[in-house]
Ligand binder design. Structure first.
Ligand SMILES: [Zn+2]
Length: 615
């Protein structure tokens, strides 16, 4: 399921570039199909178009004896004709092409074997995209996590806080070391680039001009501040994907596959005008760690097992001091100091923090552990990183929040681990939602509040939007005869633990938490519904269906997410992300009466439908 989610996310990402183009509404201009993707793990073919959102043209499968086809009228295929042949499948082949005798038609032809069921084949329309699926329901994407939200950066699989330094600076700041310096005109271009360097840095723009493979690892170099976001792991073929925001890729190196090993490659493409996408194709995706240079001008993608003999790590940094402090009963602070810049990366998994110190020496585990007040952290493990380094694996709770500081000279690190209160112990047995169970008490939880403003942009606070929607939702449900309890009715601070406890005390039959999403990028928009326990799935599905239908935004899907309030409440519990505050258009909409009312109504309808179905 997680894999599926990643695929979906990939699709969402891949099509963002197209979603903002709009055609003149009144002229029947053809739509362009700009993007074709196929993922065989999901029986899914994806066609991205530049059609305005809401473009809706019902398309029926026309069936012949051994084949069928969908005609997308008034459409232009800007990609080459594409086909796939399948083995051991009811579907023999799918072909997508501009239909020759009717040039404004893009035809999807499906050749099938015996056993093909028309009902199993669907051409779905999601916003301005088409999705061809067979059997699997595309919208059934209850993945494990979501990537955009900057509130969730501590989730599993994140590559966080990474840095490295070299004996010599890796930055290609001039033409002299450049791969293209032999070409005079290209050198001129680079000189211009050099002149632009100052501006470039100010704008945080990064110019990638070189990828070097070093013993099966990759060094991505350039000029300016490099950053990565949205790490994704995709399958079939197995690959690791990163986006580089504000990045321009030198045309000479775009989409060139650099060979890392016999079966592994790395390539970088210009994904959007100001965004690059880096793809590492490897069966070992979980072994690669992105490590930033200390000046931020390059990233080294280090494979855990291939570090021996790298000149990059030759200069060892001896540990001069380390300490562990207990700030309070929830927070531990760990500090490390070194003689030289310490090359490192930090990787978060579900239950640990891995601190990879690639060039460190002199770490005394026993002495370090003695200082640790936290019993949990004291169970840390260490592993050697060949040849010089050490990996320190700190066990942390999935709820822990990690903060990290690095000295400006890269010779010191400080790690703060805060573990929130222990989850409420479930003393009651979870109610089994069977048909006929009566729903009486519904708890509506307005996200954030008081000192905790939630996500914010332009002096607009998440806490105000969530409270407004929640009050409207409570009113609707109360008018329908339900007993509604709210975790807060005003602008006050309520801890997550208190919210869960409140829900328990009220003997809630259903729990719904209202939130507003945000992302570091301005692009994402749309609605999401999250659930965690199996008992909550049907509830989440019903509410999400209603939201996706009634709110004029993107359907970002249903997610299985371990958020505190829905993980620890006994009643079927969901968390609704009603839109993105970080997207200008959606932010403008989210603060309107109309959107807030519509959202409340959509959630209420979903709740009522769920109750009706469970009668
Ligand atoms: Zn929130």
């Amino acid at each position: 399921m997680f894999k599926k989610f990643l695929v979906l996310l990939f699709i969402i990402l891949s099509t963002f570039v197209f979603t903002h183009c709009c055609l003149a509404q009144n002229s029947p201009q053809p739509i362009k199909i700009n993007n074709i993707l196929f993922d065989n793990s999901d029986n899914m073919i994806f066609l991205g178009t530049d059609a305005p959102s809401g473009y809706n043209q019902p398309i029926k499968l026309k069936k012949l004896s051994d084949r069928g086809y969908f005609d997308i009228e008034n459409a232009i295929l800007t990609r080459p004709n594409t086909s796939w042949t399948f083995k051991n499948s009811v579907i023999k082949q799918v072909k997508i092409s501009q239909f020759s005798t009717k040039p404004d038609v893009v035809r999807i032809v499906i050749l099938y074997n015996k056993g093909f069921k028309t009902g199993d084949l669907k051409l779905l329309q999601l916003d301005n995209n088409f999705i061809l699926t067979y059997k699997d329901d595309f919208l059934d994407t209850n993945g494990e996590t979501t990537v955009y939200n900057d509130e969730r950066l501590n989730k599993e699989g994140y590559y966080e806080y990474t840095t490295f330094s070299e004996d010599e600076k890796p930055a290609e700041t001039g033409a002299k070391n450049s791969v293209i310096s032999s070409n005079p005109s290209a050198a001129k271009v680079l000189n211009n680039v050099e002149q632009e360097k100052h501006d470039t840095k100010l704008k945080s723009r990064f110019y990638v001009n070189r990828i070097d493979v070093k013993r099966g690892n990759a060094l991505v170099r350039g000029i300016g501040q490099i950053a990565i976001e949205n790490p994704l792991i995709l399958t079939e073929p197995s690959r690791l994907v990163f986006d580089l925001p504000n990045t321009y890729v030198a045309p000479e190196i775009r989409n060139i596959e650099y060979v890392l090993s016999e079966k592994e490659t790395i390539k970088i493409g210009q994904f959007e005008p100001t965004k690059a996408r880096l793809v590492i194709k490897s069966e070992d995706v979980d072994k690669f760690r992105p490590v930033y240079s200390y000046d931020g001008q390059s990233i080294f993608f280090a494979h855990d097992n291939r570090l021996a003999g790298l000149s990059l790590f030759h200069k060892t940094a001896a540990t001069t001091a380390y300490s562990a402090k207990k700030i309070n009963n929830k927070t531990d602070e760990l500090s490390f100091s070194y003689t030289n810049p310490i090359i490192h990366s930090i990787h978060r998994t579900a239950d640990s923090v891995e601190l990879n110190l690639y060039n460190s020496s002199g770490f005394d585990r026993t002495a370090f552990v003695k200082n640790l007040k936290s019993e949990k952290l004291a169970n840390l493990r260490t592993e050697a990183i060949v040849p010089y380094g050490i990996k320190i694996i700190l066990p942390v709770s999935g709820m822990s929040v990690l903060k990290y500081d690095e000295g400006t000279d890269c010779k010191s690190l400080k790690l703060t681990v805060t573990t929130p209160d222990e989850p409420v112990i479930k003393t009651k047995t979870p109610p089994v939602i069977t048909k006929g169970r009566e729903i009486r008490v519904i708890v509506v939880d307005a996200g954030h509040g008081g000192a905790d403003v939630g996500a914010t942009r332009d002096s607009i606070y998440e806490k105000d939007i969530t409270l407004d929607i929640s009050k409207r939702l409570a009113d609707i449900l109360t008018n329908k005869g339900y007993h509604v309890e709210m975790t807060r009715r005003s602008d006050e601070t309520v801890s997550l633990k208190d919210r869960v406890q409140f829900t328990e005390e009220k003997n809630a039959d259903l729990f719904v938490s209202v939130h507003v999403n945000s992302s570091v990028s301005e692009e994402p928009y749309g609605v999401e519904t999250h659930y965690y326990t199996d008992e909550s799935y049907n509830f989440a599905q019903e509410v999400h269906k209603s939201l996706a239908q009634k709110i004029d935004s993107k359907d970002r899907g249903l997610f299985k997410s371990k958020f505190y309030v829905i993980n620890n409440s006994i009643a079927p519990s969901i968390l609704v992300e009603t839109g993105f505050i970080s997207n200008t258009e959606e932010r403008t909409s989210l603060i309107t009466e109309e959107r807030k009312q519509k959202t409340a109504e959509a959630i209420a309808d979903g709740i009522l439908n769920y109750i009706k179905k469970n009668k």
